[in-house]
Structure formats: structure tokens, C-alpha cells
Design a protein around this ligand. Structure first.
Ligand SMILES: C[S@@+](CC[C@H](N)C(=O)[O-])C[C@H]1O[C@@H](n2cnc3c(N)ncnc32)[C@H](O)[C@@H]1O
Length: 392
């Protein structure tokens, strides 16, 4: 716990020293822990106490904490040659890319799965070789994974690890390629900071899925973030999707009032927005017992169809149960992926590819139309309008 940048900056090396610092500075112990664990820059009053007691200048503290504001960035830029001299940032000192060759444990017509740490795979693949990256990393929520990974890192450790694989994925992406990261909003704010420096922001997609119990003093967390970025200013592929109109599930009637605009609605459906309400976390009963964190097939069908074409290459560093891989295979995209833990669930899913093909066919049948076949029947039965009845 005490092995933390904040405590290091304050020369605190033990709990006893931490308590003493709290007493001498008049900053509450909990507040010091909050700054340290949440990586928050000390608020003004506390900052002054810290500078007084440590004798540090504010710039020195900022550098120790890696806290950059534009003043400091400008200063570093102004003195970059002297600073790089001090840091000896010469090319040969950089850690070389791993050249160890790693072998896939599983191959299909379109894909290759590696049972490795994703960093080993990322480092073994050629730069700028994939068209689409989809990543659904562990969220550091102290979950138990079959792989036994540590899902309770300190905030800084988690963010440093995250930055490494995110930068690795950015290197793998071709110019014009797209990157999607499925993440909790809290981590999303940090990851977006890294992505904004390298890629073009397209959307923060809010996927409406209740994922926790209500927590006191907080709004009910009801969405996951799907960060969507592209490399360069223009994506190579954007296959827009349209969704059916929302209707009452019982009578098939309109939920919204379209007034005189009904005939202006595109018969192919409503433009997909950046809020996705239609991703049910409920899995098919056949697979309800799976322990992995399987994402809905519909989510991957949508992302892959939106941002890639047949024959493109898709990379997913965090295989899990292989949702990205199975959808890529069905949609005839080449895929490359890693999973550090057991991969038997992925193998099992591929053995049952026909089941997944049927689900994907159903998903595709129900998009790009204003009313699905099922809904049309209910509406006809209940005398509701359809595009063709409006024109008559
Ligand atoms: C949230 S799950 C992914 C679920 C997946 N999207 C699906 O639909 O099945 C994250 C997965 O990443 C794996 N993982 C964690 N750290 C990894 C690493 N460094 N390299 C490769 N896989 C890793 C975990 O074992 C876990 O299976």
C-alpha cells in the first residue's frame, strides 16, 4: 500500500511515517490515502501544506506525481533538449520488442487463437496490420477469473498496464482502422485520455446494461462505455446500421408520437445512435452456466459489421469465451486473439458454430427494417400503420 508514487513523492515509507505526516501537516489520514490511492492531485489548501512540509516546489511535486498541466507541458517542451539529455532518452536505451515467436493453440478457417499474455502477442505481430481492434479487458473489480489473473491491482498499476496494451493495440491498427474498448465509465475516462492523444474520437457509446446494485450516494450505474476511435481522420469502413422502431411489446403500437412524420420515416429503420438500449445481458439458456464474462453476440455483430468488411483482420487481446472470434468467423473476417487463461470454452463454442450462426442470422434479419416480421404481424392484427398503409 505504501509503495505508491504519492507516498514516494512525500518520502513516506511506512504507516508510521504516514501517520506522522498526517499529524504534522494537519491533513487527515483518509485524505492522504484518497490522494494516494485515487491518484488525485492534492487540493489547493492541502497542496500548500504538502509543499511547506516537504520543501518541494510545485513543479517538482508535479513531476514526481506525473501530473501534467499545460504550463508544465509548455516548460518541458521549451527545455526538451536539455531534459532528454538528462533522461538519456536515446533510441538504443528503449526496450527492444520481443522477438520470441509464439504459436497459436487453435486455428480455424479465418482465425488464430494464442494462449498467451496479450502483450506477448501484440509484440509479435507486425505494426499497422489489423483493421479493427475490439477489447474487453478485466475491470479490476476483484473478480475471479479462471486464468487466476490479479484483478485487484492498485489504481496506478492497473492504469499503467492498461496504457501498455492500449498503446500496443494502437500500433497494430492500420491507418483508417477502428478501435473499440468495452469498459466501465470510471476506467473509460482514463483510457480516453490516452486514446485522445493518438486516435480520432468517434463516439462514447453508452450501452444500457445494468451492471451493479445501487450504491449509496451514487446514481444507479446503468451503462457500460464502448469507446470508439479511428486511426487518422477518416475511417476506412463505416457501414451504418438502422434499427426497428420501438413499439409496445403487447399491442405493437407506437411508443413515441411521430405525428405527421410517419411517412418520412425510412422504411429501413431508425439510424443507430450512440445509446444502445437493445443489448440484453441474458444469454441463451443453453449457455447460462458459463462462468466467463461473455458479451452479447449482438454487440459483436454490430461492431464488426459497422467497422469492418469481409476479409478484414480483427484483433481482440482478451478472448474470454471468444465472442469476438466466433462472430468474426461467421462474418468471414480474419481474426487474431489471445487469452491468458483456459481456452476450452472458446474451443467448445467453435464446435457449436451452427448454433451461433443461427443467432447471428436472426440478429441480421431483425435490423435495417422499420418493423421486424414478427412486429408486422402484431401491427396488422391490431390495425396499426405500416409504411405501405401510409402511402395508400
Ligand atoms: C472480460 S473477459 C473478456 C470476455 C470476452 N469479451 C467474451 O465475450 O467472452 C477478459 C478476459 O481477459 C483475460 N485476460 C486478462 N489478462 C489478460 C492478458 N494479459 N492477456 C490475455 N488475456 C487476458 C481474462 O482471463 C478474461 O478471460
Amino acid at each position: 500500500m505504501i509503495n505508491n508514487y504519492f507516498y514516494k513523492a512525500l518520502s513516506i515509507t511506512s504507516d508510521t511515517e504516514l501517520k506522522a505526516f498526517s499529524k504534522n501537516s494537519g491533513i487527515k489520514l483518509n485524505k492522504l490515502k484518497y490522494y494516494a490511492e485515487e491518484m488525485i492531485y492534492p487540493h489547493r489548501g492541502d497542496l500548500e501544506k504538502i509543499l511547506a512540509i516537504t520543501g518541494l516546489s510545485e513543479i517538482e511535486l508535479q513531476l514526481k506525481l506525473g501530473h501534467m498541466n499545460s504550463d508544465l507541458r509548455n516548460l518541458l517542451s521549451l527545455h526538451s533538449s536539455q531534459i532528454s539529455e538528462i533522461l538519456k532518452l536515446v533510441e538504443e536505451n528503449k526496450t527492444a520488442r520481443s522477438t520470441d515467436s509464439i504459436q497459436p493453440v487453435f486455428k480455424t478457417q479465418f482465425g488464430q487463437l494464442f494462449q498467451n499474455d496479450c502483450m506477448a502477442l501484440i509484440e509479435s505481430l507486425p505494426h499497422e496490420s489489423v483493421d479493427l481492434v475490439f477489447a474487453d479487458p478485466p475491470f479490476n473489480l476483484n473478480k475471479e477469473y479462471e486464468s487466476g489473473i490479479n484483478d485487484k491491482l492498485s489504481k496506478r498499476e492497473y492504469l499503467e498496464w492498461t496504457e501498455r496494451w492500449v498503446l500496443g493495440c494502437i500500433d497494430l491498427l492500420k491507418e483508417g482502422g477502428s478501435l473499440f474498448i468495452w469498459i466501465s465509465p470510471t476506467w473509460g475516462t482514463h483510457i480516453a485520455e490516452t486514446l485522445n492523444k493518438h486516435l480520432t474520437f468517434k463516439h462514447w457509446i453508452a450501452a444500457d446494461i445494468k451492471y451493479r446494485l445501487p450504491i449509496q450516494n451514487r446514481l444507479y450505474p446503468a451503462h457500460y462505455a464502448l469507446l470508439y476511435y479511428t486511426k487518422g481522420d477518416k475511417p476506412n469502413t463505416f457501414n451504418g446500421e438502422r434499427l426497428p422502431l420501438e413499439i409496445c411489446r403487447h399491442c405493437g403500437g407506437d411508443i413515441r408520437d411521430y405525428g405527421g412524420y410517419k411517412d418520412k420515416l425510412n422504411p429501413l429503420g431508425i439510424n443507430l445512435s450512440d445509446i444502445w438500449y437493445d443489448l440484453s445481458p441474458v444469454r441463451h439458456s443453453k449457455y447460462k452456466t458459463r462462468t466467463s464474462n461473455e458479451l452479447p453476440l449482438k454487440l459483436l455483430e454490430r461492431v464488426i459489421s459497422l467497422a469492418s468488411n469481409e476479409g478484414d483482420t480483427i484483433f481482440d487481446p482478451f478472448g474470454g469465451s471468444g465472442t469476438t472470434f466466433i462472430v468474426s468467423e461467421i462474418l468471414k473476417r480474419k481474426w487474431i486473439g489471445s487469452e491468458i487463461g483456459p481456452v476450452n470454452t472458446i474451443r467448445d463454442r467453435f464446435r457449436d458454430i451452427e448454433f451461433h450462426e443461427k443467432v447471428i442470422r436472426d440478429i441480421q434479419k431483425n435490423k435495417n427494417t422499420l418493423f421486424t416480421e414478427e412486429v408486422r404481424k402484431i401491427r396488422i392484427k391490431n390495425g396499426k400503420w405500416l409504411p405501405e398503409t401510409l402511402k395508400n
